[in-house]
Each structure stands twice: as structure tokens, then as C-alpha cells.
Design a protein around this ligand. Sequence first.
Ligand code: GRF
Length: 197
Amino acid sequence: MIPRVAILISGGGSNMVRLVEAMQAEGFATPVLVASNDAAASGLDRAAKLGVPTAAIDHRPFGRDRAAFEAELLKPILAAAPDVLCLAGFMRVLTPEFVGRFAGRMLNIHPSLLPKYPGLHTHQRALDAGDTEAGCTVHEVTPVLDDGPILGQARVAIEPGDSADTLAARVLVQEHRLYPAVLKRFASGERTPLLLG
Ligand code: GRF
């Protein structure tokens, strides 16, 4: 049985596009929904052009009531009946209750070599620390932010003169390699981390 995959985005969805294209090209899973917390997310148009059903639930009307926002977000997700939920540039923190509904079958890509630099501004923090390398991590999502079991990592050398933007651009290229490869392994039941150079 080929796993059904839903993807959550907040913006351009470049990682989502690579995931959908890989699933459509290789058939290891079926993209069943792309949902966003922002109706203006350009990734929604990209998903629609790829033939994937979309949904948008604006988080702003719910204010600080995360549970109320998530109750609405769950409606299209549960209707799509995904086996796996992928966060791809999704910028809302999810409650432990939401995460618990997808325990063991929810992935996220984070632009650092976790456990270094959970949270935001990862590239600037690596530069400020004088690190010689950066990268990205795909991990299982658990109630603790950016903390779940690591499923894959890709490393990128930090070059002299790098800015957060130039480093982010190089890491993003590796994200687009890593995430589809990890999802394909995850879909087959493989859980040992994939380490890309
Ligand atoms: C990427 O750097 C990703 O690591 C982070 O969000 C950024 C934008 O991702 N989670 P995308 O282009 O929307 O997939």
C-alpha cells in the first residue's frame, strides 16, 4: 500500500515541490494535500499546478488560540486521510496534541545540523559562532520543537565571506536533495539516518 502524504507549507513551498515531483516521478508515495496557514502562500499555486489538492487556513483570526486554529487545519488534513504528514517551510509551532495525532509519521526539514541551532535564524547563528560547516536536517516531529529523531542530514561548507543569505541558498539546494530521499526511505519503513555530504 503506497503511503498517502500531506504537506504543510507557509510560503514558496520549494521543498514541497521537490517532494511532490519525486512522489509523482517515482511512485513511492501519493501526494494527497498541500495545506498552508497563509492563503497567499505562492506554494499553493505551485501545488495546484502539479495537480495536488490544496487548502488554506489563515491562522491570524485565531489569535493566540493555537488549538482553535489547529482544529480548523485538521479538517482538510483528516479529509485527505494522509499516512504521513510533512512540514516543509511551515512556520507555525504546533501543539503537543496536534503532534501527538501524527506521532511517528510526521516529518520536518530544518535548516541546520540539529541538534545545533533549533529555532530560527540558523544560518546567522552558525556564521556568528564561526562554524566551518552548516546544513539541513530531516527529523521526526515530536512535541519538543526541532528535537525529534534525525532521519537525514546534508552538510554544506561555510565559505569565507558567506552571508546568511548566501549560505541559506546553498543549504536550500541540499534540502531539495535530502527531503525527497528521506521521504522515500521513510515510506519504505527505513528509519536509519541518511547522511549526505
Ligand atoms: C527552508 O529554508 C526550510 O528549511 C525552512 O523554510 C525555508 C523555506 O522552505 N523550513 P520552502 O522554500 O518554503 O520549502
